[in-house]
Design a protein around this ligand. Structure first.
Ligand code: GLU
Length: 419
């Protein structure tokens, strides 16, 4: 594993370990099959916007996607029939209600948003297809495009929910009576139950999130799954309505568009930067994974991932890379250096380490740096030394200032390197 990956891996392992002993919460049991999963399962995966994936814990364990399907089917409806047609059937207002309430807007009779069951069932009905199978095939292909592998359903969970889904039936028939459901309610429900039963891992969720983070391009396959306008609308409703009736708390504490599901998963997106997938099936009273929420909170706090953290310069972090002298490479960073930018700088240095004996990181054009980025870069120079390489820092304004030896200019650093 590359050096920087080890450092990031340590962060993620530590954050997961901080919450490993938490046993609060309960398995969802209103879908009988969900109460049979291992309550201990705990996984965290993070995908960078260029598709590099970090995994911690049970990242190969599959669980059902449940309500995390909702933003993706909504995106599919937007993608296929356009925003106007979707807006004519589903609102975008947070309801502040539980996911399974039987409610609609009092004036329009439309579901308030696509993240509660009423809106999600309406979204399924808007997916093109003459039969339930045709709709489902489109959904399966669309989700698989986000995940970068073909997703399959868990037939037991599907049958279990279908056998016990009276409340969702009530919702679908109510929508039908208001004329906001396209198609036969039982067919629509069948597709909805199937979409909730897709098996995913935390890594699938991280990749799906990273595809949203990249504006609809899957960074692993390079394939465009949907367009930027669809992603923007989808992320907007995830911000306001994604975490059941805890959306306000979530936005203030974690600050990432997200969606959770009663299967224990959470998907979270830091636009332009990264995608997160977490799994732990014990749920709080609102239906969110207890450890999942805590892990996301810690990730956001410790790595500075809140989406309203303002970086003053959104240009690429690496301004230039050059080799003034044979086997000495200079990496010149600029702008505000936060975790994701530092991770990319460190990974670039790491990838090129066979090409130099001395790496000089020039941060003289960096305006600001946060603690997570500082620690990552400090750790990088230590690991370079351990590999028999030298790492020098050019930091005339002491923005990094961690006690590392810093030089005032690249020339000073070259002189110190004996060139
Ligand atoms: N299939 C579940 C239902 O409709 C999904 C609920 C959820 O994950 O919030 O009840």
């Amino acid at each position: 594993m590359p050096i920087v990956a080890q450092l990031v891996q340590q962060y993620l392992d530590r954050i997961r370990a901080e919450h490993a002993d938490v046993t609060d919460g309960r398995l969802a049991d209103y879908i009988p099959e969900l109460s049979r999963v291992d309550p201990e399962g705990f996984a965290l995966s993070v995908s960078s916007s260029d598709g590099f994936v970090y995994e911690s814990g049970d990242a190969t364990v599959e669980f059902t996607i449940q309500s995390i399907s909702k933003p993706f089917t909504y995106a599919l409806a937007l993608d296929r029939i356009g925003q106007c047609a979707v807006d004519a059937r589903i609102g975008v207002e947070p309801s502040g209600e539980a996911f399974n309430v039987i409610s609609v807007d009092e004036v329009t009779n439309m579901p308030k948003n696509p993240m509660i069951n009423a809106g999600a069932i309406a979204a399924v009905s808007l997916v093109p297809g003459r039969t339930a199978d045709e709709k489902f095939d489109l959904i399966q292909e669309f989700y698989s495009g986000f995940a970068g592998r073909r997703l399959e359903i868990d037939h037991q969970v599907y049958a279990s929910e279908k056998a016990t889904g009276s409340r969702n039936r009530a919702i679908a028939y109510m929508l039908d009576s208001f004329g906001v459901l396209d198609g036969d309610p039982d067919d629509v429900l069948d597709v909805y139950f199937r979409q909730c039963s897709f098996k995913v891992t935390s890594t699938d969720l991280a990749r799906m999130a990273a595809t949203l983070a990249r504006g609809g391009i899957n960074p692993m396959t390079g394939r465009r799954v949907t367009d930027g306008a669809v992603v923007r609308r989808t992320l907007s409703v995830m911000v306001t309505c994604g975490m059941y009736d805890a959306a306000g708390d979530w936005v203030s504490a974690v600050g990432m568009p997200a969606k959770s599901g009663v299967g224990g998963g959470i998907v979270a997106v830091l636009p332009g930067q990264l995608g997160i997938g977490v799994y732990s099936p014990l749920l709080d009273a609102k239906g969110n994974s207890v450890r999942g929420v805590r892990v996301c909170r810690s990730l956001s706090e410790q790595l500075g991932l809140h989406f309203l953290t303002v970086a003053r310069d959104s240009r690429a972090t690496l301004r230039a890379v050059y080799e003034p002298v044979d086997r000495i490479r200079v990496y010149e960073a600029h702008g505000d250096l936060l975790f994701c930018g530092a991770e990319q700088v460190a990974r670039t240095v790491d990838r090129e380490r066979d090409r130099f004996d001395v790496a000089i990181l020039d941060v003289s054009r960096v305006d600001d740096i946060d603690d997570a980025a500082r620690a990552l870069l400090a750790g990088m120079s230590a690991t370079l030394r351990a590999q028999g390489k030298d790492g020098y820092l050019v930091d005339p304004d002491a923005v990094i200032g961690t006690g590392l030896t810093a030089f005032g200019s690249v020339d000073d650093a070259l002189a110190a390197a004996g060139r």
